[in-house]
Design a protein around this ligand. Structure first.
Ligand SMILES: *Cc1c(COP(=O)(O)O)cnc(C)c1O
Length: 426
């Protein structure tokens, strides 16, 4: 088994700035909370799909001097003075993003994926315009038309979904809805769909109805960077990416777009929807992008996928049904109802055993959303810790045992032992 190498690997608990004397002296209460959080993480197996471990190099950049720099605007056109070095750092991040994703233009300032989505919509749409996106019930994110989110309030969303028989995106439905509603933009991408969407088909449909194609690729940004998933960048007008999640950088968003849209995208981020960028996050993004361009990272991305396949197979053998029958990515979305539990109950039982995963509403889910019939898991964190196929096979067995009503205590003991043996790795 390969242990993640020292440079690209995640952080151990030693030498972290939060463990410093300065914090203990200034705020022992918060310092204790952080120490307890580190302990919680070390003792549990983290399978939440969107989480990962930032690398030590990224953490170093995040706590560096750019944390204090105000730099509204863009390199060479700032509203503040003293920005020459901040400009250089942002240009590094931009150039690396453009190269890594073969994108004509990159904006590295969005504070989150959701704010990057806001900027993408702002650049292309006017309030009231129609948008066709994956429905929330079938795996769309809140930023794809939820009434609780700006997207659903300001734009007229129509939702497409997956087929009931095989769980794959129903491109015939996407085409029919596009012809019927003539949306101004089509959004492809999901938080829980484990297969690679057909980007070329989405492009073709968008062209047919003269719509923009926005791809929300936050879940699989790292796989795309590593060449382990097909890139949407050549097909999309705007690609929205995440620098946290699989990329192991700072929590944040990244926008990639065509040269024609560059100016509109930049203005939609600053000054339209954000103020000055967090320049330490921009610096951290530069580091994460450099690390993601290396062979070790590609190997990591491949291991997240092979681990997820083993996890899906193990769950399937135990009677938990992975949607679409498996996965192409680090994600496994599975139906736990054959075991007689709801997603919410599955999340609770697994958490009691130290296995952290999320309940997930499934397409055509008969259960109320608060209960749901599914769970969603990801292999980003455990793979960063050096776990591989044997561990993921064992984890699938542990999950299945806990869900089938087996005693929690022995499973919890084994989870703790396994977690601790990898917590300090890499
Ligand atoms: C994670 C994710 C988001 C939300 O990201 P935030 O940074 O928390 O706003 C949005 N869309 C997709 C597809 C995601 O995977």
């Amino acid at each position: 088994m390969t242990v993640t190498d020292a440079e690209t690997g995640p952080t151990t608990t030693t030498g972290r700035p939060w463990a410093s004397e300065a914090l203990h002296r200034a705020d022992p209460q918060l310092a204790d909370l952080l120490a307890a959080e580190a302990e919680r993480r070390a003792e549990t197996i983290q399978l939440l799909a969107g989480e990962n471990l930032t690398t030590p190099a990224v953490l170093a950049a995040l706590t560096g001097p750019l944390i204090d720099k105000y730099a509204e605007g863009y390199p060479g056109r700032r509203h503040h003075t003293g920005c020459a070095l901040a400009d250089a750092a942002e240009l590094l991040a931009i150039d690396r993003a453009r190269e890594l994703f073969a994108a004509p233009h990159a904006n590295v300032q969005p504070r989150s994926v959701t704010s990057a989505m806001l900027a993408a919509y702002a650049a292309l749409l006017r309030p009231g315009d129609g948008v066709l996106a994956m429905s929330l019930e079938h795996g769309g994110h809140l930023s794809c038309g939820s009434r609780a989110n700006f997207s659903g309030r300001w734009f007229a969303f129509t939702g497409y979904g997956v087929r009931e028989d095989d769980g794959l995106i129903d491109l015939d439905q996407v085409r029919d809805l596009a012809r019927q509603h003539r949306p101004k933009a089509i959004v492809a991408g999901s938080i829980s769909h484990p297969r690679h969407p057909d980007w070329a088909a989405f492009r073709e449909i968008a062209d047919e109805v003269d719509a923009y194609l926005i791809v929300s690729a936050a879940q699989t940004t790292g796989l795309i960077a590593a060449g382990v998933a097909p890139s949407p960048v050549p097909y999309a007008d705007v690609t929205v990416a995440a620098t946290h999640k699989l990329l192991r950088g700072p929590r944040g968003g990244l926008l990639l777009c065509t040269a024609e849209l560059a100016e509109r995208i930049d203005r939609a981020v600053f000054p339209f929807s954000q103020g000055g960028a967090a320049m330490n996050e921009v610096a951290g993004k530069a580091v994460a992008l450099a690390q993601a361009s290396r062979a070790e990272y590609r190997a990591y991305a491949q291991r997240t996928v092979s681990g997820a396949r083993v996890l899906a197979e193990g769950l399937a053998e135990a009677g938990v049904h992975p949607l679409t029958g498996g996965t192409d990515t680090h994600l496994v979305t599975a139906d736990v109802s054959p075991l007689g539990v709801t997603g919410a109950e599955a999340e609770r039982r697994c958490a009691a055993a130290g296995l952290l995963l999320g309940k997930c509403a499934l397409p055509y889910d008969p259960a109320p959303a608060a209960e749901a019939s599914g769970i969603r898991l990801g292999t980003g964190t455990v793979t960063s810790q050096g776990m591989g196929e044997p561990e993921l096979a064992e984890i699938a067995g542990l999950i299945a045992r806990v869900l089938a009503g087996g005693a929690v205590a022995p499973a919890a003991a084994r989870v703790r032992e396994l977690a601790l043996s990898f917590a300090g790795r890499a």
